[in-house]
Ligand binder design. Structure first.
Ligand code: ADP
Ligand code: MG
Length: 452
């Protein structure tokens, strides 16, 4: 690589990277780097702060090696020099330094990278179901009594399941109830960019003052802090300072705190309050979400079609919304009526294959044994006492209902019973179900366990 002028290789490196990263990233991290000296053996770079050096080495080591000189060890031969603080203040800094000292002065200036609350992400628009009831009530608790219920509230779960929605809902609710409280919502990326901007502008104290004077700090996607040690320390200090003042913090993440690659101190902080999981919504909740979003668009979807869509798009609410947008566009542009056939045509590849959970006699026996508090071995055995014989018949009933196998085959899985024993058990339980509410609940419970 180094047959060219060594200075040129840096520009080529920059050119190469510029095409491969966002312009914000380029402006923040790469543009400020200056070449102080370059030879065929080594290059000396001036970086505004230590974070930029780490950033370069963490993210672009391979490319640096490809473009710049390397040492025998294979490491890039770069000497980093941290730029000295500028002696002359910028006009803004000098204007502020002559302003009377007022601690809230800086604090009213929001950082560049704050994120606006999405107006649709409110509690009213959040559909509740068994997968998110707990986290929603925790979020409401925090929104009603910021700093006085759980602190921090840590929300984790998979992609597109409503974490950001809940985070913004907390922000809306607090702002609505108490206009005086200073609520700041940031993405972790935003916080890092802010930190970099302020380091570069030598205004880090101002930023610290800003964050530490908040009443509520909402931080989205903390997983992006992983492997960024210096930023992590600053975030952790901010958290500690706020928590010590009983200021509310809410954090979202794609993993629980213990599974994040962060320092023990940071993990301990995050586990201090309440850790709440948001799960994949069940079918009924997905249908309700779909219908709610359709209502908002003024779109009417027959319930049967909503079930069809929700059955086939099951692990991500964002995808469900994408499907709805597509349906809405087609039905408006083409004047189609929304029905199952149209849905299959329009959504095509978005529809996932619905996995049929394979239910085995073994699973049924385990589930029934747990509900009736008997042992699996007893259910397989020959005891005719009522306490054993009855749950055994329930298991046989469930096997015939849920497993698509011949009676012969099923009965052999029950320790050599005949197929007529199984049929008799099925009939008896089916009849009793008509009049026995307790049994109905027990069977529902077993089915839910098995089909979940
Ligand atoms: P995450 O941050 O977990 O990746 P988002 O909060 O961005 O997910 O949610 C993705 C989309 O799904 C958003 O448009 C959100 O409004 C919607 N959504 C998720 N869960 C629900 C819910 N329970 N009720 C209504 N909308 C939901
Ligand atoms: Mg999100």
């Amino acid at each position: 690589m180094l047959t060219r002028n060594p200075h040129e290789t840096w520009s080529q490196f920059l050119q190469y990277i510029e095409e491969r990263c966002s312009s914000a990233e380029f402006e923040n991290w790469l543009a400020p780097v200056r070449v102080l000296d370059a030879s065929a053996e080594e290059i000396t770079l001036e970086v505004p702060n230590i974070f930029v050096r780490e950033y370069l080495l963490d993210n672009y080591k391979r490319d640096l090696i490809a473009f710049l000189p390397t040492r025998i060890s294979g490491e890039p031969a770069i000497v980093f020099k941290i730029a000295e603080a500028k002696k002359t203040a910028t006009p803004i800094e000098s204007a502020e330094s002559t302003a009377p000292h007022n601690p809230s002065f800086d604090a009213t200036i929001p950082p560049h990278n704050d994120c606006k609350l999405n107006p649709f992400y409110t509690f009213a628009n959040f559909i509740e179901g068994p997968s998110n009831q707990f986290v929603k009530s925790a979020a409401l608790g925090v929104a009603t009594r910021p700093g006085r219920s759980y602190n921090p509230l840590f929300i984790h779960g998979g992609v597109g399941l409503g974490k950001t929605h809940l985070l913004h809902a907390i922000g809306h609710e607090i702002r609505e109830k108490n206009k005086k409280l200073r609520v700041q919502c940031i993405t972790t990326e935003g916080f890092i960019n802010d930190l970099v901007d302020n380091l570069r502008n030598k205004s880090i104290d101002k930023m610290k003052r800003f964050y530490r004077s908040l009443d509520v700090l909402l931080v989205d996607d903390i997983q992006f802090l992983q492997s960024r040690k210096n930023f992590e320390d600053e975030m952790c200090n901010t958290f500690e300072s706020l928590i010590n003042q009983n200021k509310q913090i809410v954090i979202t993440s794609d993993k629980p705190p213990g599974q994040l690659n962060l320092s023990e101190r940071m993990i301990a902080r995050m586990e201090w309050g309440l850790v709440a999981h948001v799960g994949v919504p069940d079918l009924e909740t997905r249908v309700a979400i779909l219908q709610h979003k359709a209502d908002q668009k003024g779109l009417r979807i027959p319930q049967k079609v909503a079930f069809f869509v929700a059955e086939h798009i099951y692990n991500n609410v964002r995808q469900l919304e994408g499907a709805l947008n597509r349906l809405s566009a087609y039905s408006r542009l083409m004047g189609f009526e929304i029905n199952e056939e149209m849905v299959e045509k329009t959504l095509g590849e978005l529809l996932q294959h619905v996995p049929q959970k394979k239910i085995s006699v073994e699973n049924i026996l385990k589930s029934v044994a747990a509900i009736f508090e008997v042992r699996v071995s007893d259910l397989r055995g020959t005891s005719r006492t009522k306490e054993i014989a009855f749950p055994r018949q329930v298991a046989m009933y469930l096997a015939k209902e849920l497993i698509n196998e011949s009676l012969m085959k099923l009965s052999s899985s029950f320790g050599g019973k005949t197929h007529s024993t199984l049929l008799h058990a099925w009939k008896k339980i089916a009849e009793q179900l008509e009049k026995d509410d307790m049994l109905k609940r027990q069977i529902q419970m077993a089915r839910r366990n098995l089909e979940a």
